[in-house]
Design a protein around this ligand. Structure first.
Ligand SMILES: [Zn+2]
Ligand SMILES: [Zn+2]
Ligand SMILES: [Zn+2]
Length: 505
C-alpha cells in the first residue's frame, strides 16, 4: 500500500472523494478546509516535485467544494496550483498527448480518485492502455491538471484546458431537469425557478440571448400546462421574449436550413443553458455531438432563426396566458346544457359531474357557466307566473352544486380565470346571512365524492325521474344553510389554490 508520511494514500484519497461527492450539500466546513489547506501546503512546499501529481489531483478532486465553500482554503489552493503549473509546464517530454487534454468535465472528474490510487501504485491493475502511468505523472500533464483545477476555481481565467461548464450552470441544469420531470429538488420554488428564466433572458448580454431564449422556450410548455397558477410566471417569460425579439427581428442569414430544436423540455433546457455562457459555447463547439444533432454553433444561435423561435415562443406563451388567465365566454353553453323548453339538461349535467378523467374536459367551462347562471338567476325579477319561483329555486340549487363539484373534477386545477370568477360568486353566497336552524329534519345531500348526484335528477324534475330510496326533501336540497356550506367549502378550496392576486397586469 502506498503511504505518504505514514498515512496510507488510500485514506487521504477517500477523504478527498467524500468532499468531491458531497460538495453541493455542504456549506463552509472547517474539516474540509483543513483537508484542502493540507493538500495545498504539501504542493506549495515543493511544486516541482516528482510526487506533485498526488497533490495536484487532490486539489482537482476537491476543487468544486473549494470553489463553492472553501472560505479559508481557496486562496492557498490557487497559489499552490499556480506554482505547480509554472514549475511543471516548462519541463519537456516526448509524449504526443497527455490525459488532461481530453479530460472534460464532471464525469471525468469522478474517475480521478480511483485513477490517482492506481497511478501511485505500480502493482495495481492499469486499464488505460493509450495513456500509460508515466504519462499521467509527466510534469506537463501535472501542469495541465493544475490548470484544470484553477479553471474550476476561477472559470475562464486559464487557457489550454478543455472547456467545461461552470458549477453554477451544472447546478442550474440539474435543478431545471428535476423540475421539468416533475420531481423538483427539495427547496425548489417551482414558480420562482421558471419565472427567473424570463428574468435571465431579459437581462442577458446580447451574445447570451439565443441560449437564454432557448431556455425560456424549454420551460414555456410547463408554464402554460396549467400546473403553474401564478400569473407573474407567464408575465416574466413574456417580458423576457418581448425584450429580445427586436434584436432578432430584422436579422437575415444565408443558412440553407437550421437545426431542429429538441421538443423535449429537459434536453432543450440543457442545451439552452450550455449556449448561455461563453464557457458553455466553448463546451458545445468542443463536442457538439454531445447535444442534439451536433449542428454548427452559428446555426444554432443564428439571429434569423432566433427571430422565428422567439416569435413561436411568444405566440405559445400569450395563448397560454389568455387560456389560463384571460376572460372566458360561456354564453355558447346555454345551447349545451339547456333544453329547448328552457329546463336544465339534468341528465347530461349529472353525468358530467362524475369525478372521472373523461369529464375533465367539461369541468372548467361547465362550472363557470353554472356559477354565472346561478348568480344571474339570483338577480332576475320574479315573473309571477305560477311555479316559476319554485322552479328557479330548484335550478339554483342544482347550479350551485354543479359549480362546486366541477371544481373537484377539474384537472390539474381550474385555470385562474375560471377560479377567480367562481370564487367571487361562492364568497358572496358563503357570506350571506343564514337562518339559525334548518327548515327540514332530514340530512343535507351528501357532498363527499359527489354522492349527491344520485338524487339530483329526481330533485330537479320529480315527474321525469322516480325517487330513490331515502330521497331527501326539497327543503333539504334548497336549504340556505346547505347552500352556505357548499359555497364555503368551494371557496375554501379555490382560495388555497390561488393566493390573493389583485394585480391585474
Ligand atoms: Zn509528457
Ligand atoms: Zn441562419
Ligand atoms: Zn338545512
Amino acid at each position: 500500500m502506498t503511504e505518504i508520511d505514514g498515512t496510507p494514500l488510500h485514506d487521504l484519497v477517500q477523504s478527498w472523494e467524500e468532499i468531491q461527492d458531497e460538495f453541493d450539500f455542504w456549506g463552509p466546513d472547517g474539516e474540509h478546509d483543513r483537508a484542502v489547506l493540507d493538500c495545498a501546503a504539501r504542493l506549495a512546499a515543493d511544486p516541482a516535485a516528482g510526487d506533485a501529481y498526488v497533490w495536484v489531483l487532490g486539489l482537482t478532486i476537491m476543487a468544486p467544494w473549494t470553489n463553492c465553500c472553501g472560505v479559508d482554503s481557496r486562496t492557498q489552493a490557487e497559489a499552490a496550483l499556480r506554482a505547480a503549473d509554472t514549475a511543471q509546464r516548462v519541463r519537456s517530454c516526448d509524449h504526443d498527448s497527455h490525459p488532461y487534454e481530453s479530460h472534460d468535465g464532471h464525469d471525468a472528474d469522478a474517475e480521478l480518485p480511483d485513477l490517482l490510487l492506481r497511478i501511485a501504485d505500480e502493482s495495481a491493475e492499469w486499464y488505460e492502455e493509450d495513456q500509460p502511468r508515466e504519462v499521467w505523472r509527466c510534469p506537463r500533464n501535472v501542469a495541465g491538471f493544475a490548470r484544470i483545477a484553477l479553471d474550476i476555481l476561477r472559470p475562464g481565467e486559464v487557457d489550454d484546458v478543455p472547456p467545461r461548464l461552470s458549477l453554477q450552470d451544472r447546478a442550474d441544469i440539474e435543478s431545471l431537469e428535476a423540475l421539468l420531470e416533475l420531481y423538483p429538488k427539495a427547496g425548489t420554488d417551482v414558480a420562482d425557478e421558471i419565472a427567473s428564466q424570463g428574468g435571465y433572458l431579459y437581462h442577458a448580454q446580447p451574445e447570451d440571448r439565443p441560449g437564454r431564449l432557448q431556455v425560456v422556450r424549454a420551460v414555456s410548455w410547463h408554464a402554460v400546462s396549467g400546473m403553474i397558477q401564478d400569473r407573474s410566471v407567464l408575465r416574466s417569460l413574456i417580458n423576457g421574449v418581448e425584450k429580445v425579439l427586436p434584436d432578432f427581428a430584422d436579422a437575415t442569414c444565408d443558412h440553407a436550413e437550421h437545426p431542429k430544436l429538441s421538443g423535449h423540455s429537459t434536453s432543450a433546457a440543457e442545451l439552452g443553458i450550455v449556449l448561455s455562457t461563453p464557457a458553455g459555447r466553448r463546451v458545445y463547439t468542443h463536442n457538439p455531438d454531445r447535444y442534439g444533432d451536433g449542428a454548427p454553433l452559428e446555426q444554432l444561435v443564428c439571429p434569423a432563426y432566433m427571430a422565428q423561435v422567439a416569435q413561436e415562443t411568444l405566440t405559445e406563451l400569450r395563448a397560454g396566458r389568455d387560456r389560463l388567465f384571460g376572460p372566458r365566454d360561456t354564453s355558447h353553453l346555454d345551447a349545451e346544457y339547456l333544453r329547448a323548453d328552457g329546463l336544465l339538461d339534468i341528465q347530461k349535467i349529472t353525468e358530467r359531474l362524475q369525478n372521472v378523467s373523461w369529464n375533465e374536459q367539461y369541468a372548467d367551462e361547465l362550472g363557470l357557466w353554472a356559477a354565472r347562471r346561478y348568480d344571474r338567476l339570483g338577480q332576475t325579477e320574479d315573473s309571477g307566473r305560477p311555479g316559476d319561483q319554485a322552479r328557479r329555486v330548484r335550478e339554483r340549487a342544482v347550479l350551485l352544486l354543479t359549480a362546486h363539484q366541477t371544481m373537484t373534477v377539474s384537472y390539474p386545477a381550474p385555470p385562474y380565470a375560471v377560479a377567480r370568477d367562481i370564487l367571487a360568486i361562492m364568497r358572496t353566497v358563503a357570506a350571506a346571512p343564514r337562518p339559525d336552524r334548518c327548515p327540514h329534519t332530514d340530512a343535507h345531500p351528501p357532498l363527499d365524492a359527489g354522492d349527491f348526484r344520485d338524487g339530483l335528477p329526481h330533485f330537479y324534475t320529480p315527474d321525469a325521474f322516480p325517487p330513490l330510496d331515502g330521497a331527501l326533501s326539497v327543503e333539504s336540497w334548497t336549504c340556505a344553510r346547505f347552500a352556505g356550506e357548499v359555497a364555503a367549502k368551494c371557496a375554501g378550496a379555490l382560495e388555497r389554490l390561488y393566493e390573493e392576486d389583485d394585480d391585474e397586469g
